[in-house]
Design a protein around this ligand. Structure first.
Ligand code: FES
Length: 126
């Protein structure tokens, strides 16, 4: 049984964008597509780094975030891993070198959170 945390007003999250936010000590990413809002932890499952800050910058399109460190890509709503450690800072590296950068870590999905919008505010269960 989780605890419900208020993330913020829906109006704070621009449509079609990914926003990094901290709520009650939890670092989160919020993806909004119209009335649909998806929230996940702002922590790449590869090395635990931020998905919104890093050398490659914030990259988000059509519900998919790319890690700014080693380019892993994730569906923010489902958490599904779409690409795992393909380079550094947005640049791709040869396939043979990817396992070195991966440091032995196997592909994993994002930690997504159950999300509701109620009376104009976004809530998650942590
Ligand atoms: S920290 Fe995100 S892919 Fe390495």
């Amino acid at each position: 049984m989780g605890t419900e945390v208020r993330v913020g007003p829906l109006a704070d999250f621009p449509d079609g964008r990914l926003t990094g936010v901290e709520a009650d000590g939890h670092r989160l990413i919020v993806a909004r597509d119209g009335d649909e809002v998806c929230v996940a932890r702002n922590q790449c499952p590869h090395l635990g780094f931020s998905l919104t800050r890093g050398p490659g910058g914030l990259k988000y399109e059509d519900g998919v975030v790319q890690c700014p460190w080693h380019n892993s890509r994730f569906n923010v709503c489902t958490g599904e891993n779409l690409d795992w450690v393909t380079g550094f800072a947005g640049r791709r590296v040869p396939t043979w070198s990817r396992s070195v950068i991966a440091l032995g870590r196997r592909p994993r999905g994002l930690d997504t959170l159950s999300t509701t919008v109620r009376e104009g505010d976004v809530y998650v269960t942590v």
